[in-house]
Design a protein around this ligand. Structure first.
Ligand SMILES: [Zn+2]
Length: 256
C-alpha cells in the first residue's frame, strides 16, 4: 500500500515537472525556401503548383502554423516569448513570375505570410521575373513581404577571386547596401533580412551585412532554425519536387 502511494506520488511529480518543462521547451523552426512554380518541371528549382498546394493542405490538416519570418526572428532573438505550436515559415527567392501567377493565389486562399527574397536588378528587367508593380500588388495583400537577396545575385566567391580588393569592396557594398536601399525605396518599408545568393557567405560579408543594418541573414543549410544559431547564417530548407508529401512530412518532423 505504502509503495503504491509513493509510486503514485513520484508519477504525479514527474508529470507536473514535465508539464512545466514542456512550456519552456524551445521551439525549432523549419524555414522553407521555394523558387519557381509550374505545371511542368523544367528545372531543379521548380516545384509543381499542385505539389505546393498539397503541401499547404498537409500543413493545415496537421495543425502547422505558418508564421511570418519576422515573428520567427523575434522569437529566436527573444523579443517575443511565444509562437504557435508546430511553427513553419515560408520564403521564396529570386522573384520569378510564377510566384505571382502560381504561388500567390494559393497564399491568398490559405491567408498565410510569405517572405520574398528579391534581387532588384532582375525586377521589371527580364521576362522571367516579376515587375515592381506586381511586387507592390503582392505586398498590398498583406500576405507577402519583400526582403533582400543581394543586388544581382552574384557568386561572391568568384567575384572575390576576379576583382582587386578595392573593387571587390565596392562590389560588396553595391550588393549588400545597394540592394537594401533600392528595395526600401521601391517598396517603401525597411528591409531587415538578407538571403545569401547561392547560400555563399563569409566573415567579411557577414560583417558588411551587420554594419548595413540587416538583422538576420539566411543560408540554404537543411535544418530547423534554433535559438543557438547565428542570426547571420540561419538555415532554410530548399523545397523542390524531390519532396513528396512523405519526405516533406519527414523534413518538418525531423528537428535536426
Ligand atoms: Zn537565389
Amino acid at each position: 500500500m505504502h509503495i503504491k502511494i509513493i509510486l503514485r506520488l513520484i508519477v504525479v511529480t514527474l508529470l507536473f515537472k514535465s508539464a512545466l518543462w514542456g512550456s519552456e521547451i524551445e521551439k525549432k523552426i523549419p524555414i522553407l525556401c521555394y523558387h519557381r512554380f509550374g505545371n511542368n518541371i523544367n528545372d531543379s528549382m521548380t516545384i509543381k503548383t499542385s505539389e505546393f498546394a498539397a503541401q499547404l493542405a498537409w500543413l493545415k490538416a496537421n495543425n502547422y502554423s505558418v508564421i511570418s519570418l519576422d515573428s520567427a526572428i523575434k522569437y529566436l532573438i527573444g523579443e517575443i516569448k511565444t509562437i504557435p505550436d508546430k511553427p513553419v515559415v515560408i520564403t521564396a527567392d529570386d522573384g520569378h513570375k510564377s510566384i505571382y501567377y502560381e504561388m500567390a493565389p494559393l497564399i491568398r486562399e490559405y491567408r498565410i505570410p510569405v517572405t520574398l527574397f528579391i534581387y532588384p536588378s532582375a525586377i521589371s528587367n527580364t521576362n522571367y521575373t516579376m515587375t515592381w508593380e506586381q511586387l507592390q500588388k503582392l505586398e498590398e495583400t498583406k500576405f507577402f513581404h519583400v526582403e533582400s537577396h543581394t543586388f544581382w545575385h552574384p557568386n561572391f566567391k568568384q567575384e572575390k577571386k576576379r576583382l582587386l580588393s578595392e573593387e571587390y569592396a565596392k562590389f560588396v557594398d553595391k550588393q549588400i547596401v545597394g540592394s537594401k536601399q533600392m528595395l526600401e525605396k521601391k517598396m517603401g518599408h525597411e528591409v531587415k533580412y538578407l538571403a545569401w545568393a547561392f547560400g555563399i557567405y563569409d566573415y567579411e560579408l557577414i560583417t558588411k551585412a551587420v554594419q548595413s543594418g540587416y538583422v538576420a541573414a539566411f543560408t540554404i543549410e537543411q535544418r530547423h532554425a534554433a535559438k543557438s544559431d547565428t542570426l547571420m547564417t540561419l538555415p532554410r530548407y530548399m523545397i523542390t519536387s524531390i519532396y513528396n508529401i512523405k519526405a516533406f512530412e519527414q523534413l518538418l518532423t525531423d528537428a535536426k
